[in-house]
Design a protein around this ligand. Sequence first.
Ligand code: GTP
Ligand code: SPV
Ligand code: MN
Length: 595
Amino acid sequence: MATLTKNPNVNKWVDEMIALCKPAKVMWIDGSKEQLDMLREEAISTGEMIKLNEEKLPGCLYHRTKPNDVARVEDRTFICSRKKEDAGPTNNWCDPKEMYAKLTPMYDGVMKDRTMYIIPYSMGPIGSPLAKVGVEVTDSIYVVLNMAIMVRMGAQAFKNLGDESDDFVRGLHSKAYVDPEKRYIVQFPEDNTIWSINSAYGGNVLLGKKCFALRIASYQGKNEGWMAEHMLILGIEKPNGEIKYVTAAFPSACGKTNLAMLIPPEGYTKKGYKVWTVGDDIAWLKPGPDGRLYAINPENGFFGVAPGTNEKSNYNALASTRKNTIFTNVAINNDDMTVWWEKLDKNPPVNATEWKGEKVNGPEYVAAGNKLAHPNSRFTAPAENCPCISSEFNNPQGVPISAIIFGGRRAKTAPLVYQSFNWQHGTFVGSIMASETTAAATGAVGVVRRDPMAMLPFCGYHMGDYWAHWLEMGKILGDKAPKIFNVNWFRTDENGDFIWPGYGDNMRVLDWIIERCEGTVDAVETPIGYEPKPEDINVEGLDGITTETVKDLLSVDRDLWKEEAKGIEEFYQKFGEKLPKEMSEELKNLEARLA
Ligand code: GTP
Ligand code: SPV
Ligand code: MN
């Protein structure tokens, strides 16, 4: 099949990949409906994908991965910069020459009985000055069909690149033998290159997402004066019709998709408040012509956590999955070929197939303490399905950002919300983020770890240099910089239950944040930052939550925070000379305020 571009850099690289992987067949993905329909039919006929109920879930497919391949693998993810110090202490590093030498034989002839699919794609709206082009070659139809939802793909992507540019990200993926011992997710930032092998799941293989849009793009952003962040983007429409945009960085499975699509409580909707989704996972941010910070969502779909998603917790996400969606590792209801996952409703299907493929009696299986869906099971849904998708979703200029919010899962230390004193202090607040680990990556779940800016697994270069870049951006933005906040929806009571109702009620906290940006509400100065007066968090219509509860949720335990400061100091030591002096100053100031 003929190539889709005249660009010699693309064609030369593709020829090299063909020579290496020696596929039986090569197919350029043009993005046409006919081609995708043909691939869907093929995947269904081989059993790789299962067709779901055409009336209830039109266009939807089901896929099950190997039980050893259900999440990102941080211990097998590498940043191969030429110099070790450029990857920094928080990334696995290997010399690029050594890594290419190790992986090349693994790719050699790996596609000899398979088709190689060549996927051109754009991260960001076609024609956006903030968009970037990638090409992924893969031997997985599942990857092609997911990419078709997650990115703007096909021939249109080459419009941005043109016939000469060399500025595209080269992604090589082979599921190979899905051997966990030989699984590698490798970024070569200086070569604009990603090599992924022996996985067939999510962020490991949809190379436009974490590998490109965060790991490679964060490195590009540092060099080119912009930022690639693990952030949702949402717009809050006020009763007067004005829309304020905010971004929020929470670690994986800590609530970005939920916040991005929230439906405000009745008291707010009645007054005319609305929330619009621009993005649920990744933001690319750059100062605009007016000096403010603008954000685009480089993606075109949602790769969202299924468990916990229901009519009540996230109506808009659920609605987004009712057509043309791919479900991975959830459970099947064999009576009507629909899908189920924990907390979808209270009725696990009787005639169920659990995520590993075993036929079980759902209610009995669940009663025995098993999970029907994998905790990191996901839906891949087109953004255009989302009832609250922003009218600015395809705006090539992006949206102007008023506030940046950090947050994580903390049972005790972090209060419901606080505001940083300024951009430098806000950078510090992001750098000291910590959160309990989740099922989004393999390894222990529920262990508190430092996850600066929710970027620990995604920063493509030295984290010390990354903080320096944040400080630099603050200087460029000056008084037009967004205000920086920190939130925590996950404080627990003595029984371990969440105190704050969360989800739609998080609007009550967004409300205060917007008022702070507009300067219409004052705040209380605490050792860690500005906090709301408890009565300034609207609790109208909440069941069992009073201003007294809010006061507790806002409490700052000095002893816990002194411990926290020690932990931060220890963490900071890892970064040696690359720790910006501003960060250690901020830590000293915090310690002084706590004393
Ligand atoms: P990634 O896609 O992995 O980056 O995750 P995410 O940050 O988008 O997380 P998501 O919104 O999918 O939420 C993950 C889990 O957290 C789900 O099980 C949600 O039900 C739960 N969750 C989200 N928001 C809240 C909240 O406000 N309160 C509580 N208690 N749980 C929440
Ligand atoms: C995350 O883990 O933060 C995700 C899912 O958004 S994945 O694409 O697998 O990285
Ligand atoms: Mn994510």
